[in-house]
Design a protein around this ligand. Sequence first.
Ligand code: RTP
Ligand code: MG
Length: 140
Amino acid sequence: MALERTLSIIKPDATRRNLTGKIAAKFEDAGLRIVASKRIQMTPAQAGVFYEVHKERPFYGELCEFMASGPVVVQVLEGEGAIAKNREVMGATNPKDAAPGTVRADFAESVGENSVHGSDAADTAAAEIAYFFSGLELVG
Ligand code: RTP
Ligand code: MG
């Protein structure tokens, strides 16, 4: 398997409950290396650009407001098969369907406020990393 990088976001519901460290520990325990990390707060418009693929979905407005409702921690995770591995660590979108021990099973509050985002493919990972980080900020 190839060495990959993926974008993770610890969402406002999780930063609000002081869960940043517990979530980052799950990434590291799974063998993912945090090669970049910063805490930011987006505007709804900035969240809207990030989630543009969902703009026709009924939950888009609510999602953008939620993502701008508090601080987020954006991170780049690196490892063998990092994109799929991170999605395994995250668990299913709806916490009711998430496997035990995953971030969403342990911490998510609802299908919308589900604690983490992770890129879903190589092309989206590259675009999402570039949205938040310059090359100089990635330290492997
Ligand atoms: P993400 O993009 O955040 O990593 O999550 P995902 O791939 O598991 O889920 P996706 O289908 O891409 O949806 C993006 C985010 O939109 C919110 N959502 N709300 N109210 C709803 O029915 C609903 N469905 C999705 C969630 O925050 C989801 O993570
Ligand atoms: Mg997604």
